[in-house]
Design a protein around this ligand. Structure first.
Ligand SMILES: [Cu+2]
Length: 144
């Protein structure tokens, strides 16, 4: 009896594992205690979402860029100035890399943070190295 049930159970378990859906994208929460972003620096895989929860009375923005002097300030996201209870979500679906952001009101505190987005396939947080050289080009590098 055991001999007949055990292999069937094993095959069932195997099929269950093989057909299991990949891990769903997660949401990571960043709060705003004492005019800071906490945690200040986070690392997530591509596809995950950051939820900023404004947890204090004082209003904050969540603005992409290194600061007001950044020529691309706010182009990726720019949550409005809001206080306690306000939430803002951004899903990092695009390219792996380091995404700085800050609060426009408390920029000089400084109130800022980074989101490092990692490509899970490579573990690389940044542009992929591309191999576009031809064989003869490669040989020139090593054969003299
Ligand atoms: Cu602020």
């Amino acid at each position: 009896m055991i001999d007949r049930i055990f292999p069937a159970a094993f095959v069932f378990l195997f099929l269950l594992l093989m057909t299991a859906a990949p891990a769903a994208a997660d949401t990571l929460v960043v709060t705003t205690p004492n005019a800071t972003f906490s945690p200040q620096h986070v690392m997530i895989p591509i596809g995950d979402t950051i939820e900023w929860r404004k947890t204090t009375f004082f209003g904050h923005t969540v603005t992409s860029g290194t600061g007001s002097g950044d020529p691309n300030v706010g182009t990726l996201f720019d949550a409005p100035l809001e206080g306690a209870g306000a939430r803002f979500w951004y899903t990092f679906n695009d390219t792996a890399g380091v995404y700085p952001y800050f609060c426009r009101v408390h920029e000089l505190m400084p109130m800022n943070g980074t989101v490092t987005v990692v490509d899970p396939a490579t573990g690389v947080a940044g542009p992929q190295p591309s191999v576009s050289a031809t064989w003869s080009e490669l040989k020139k590098l090593f054969v003299r």
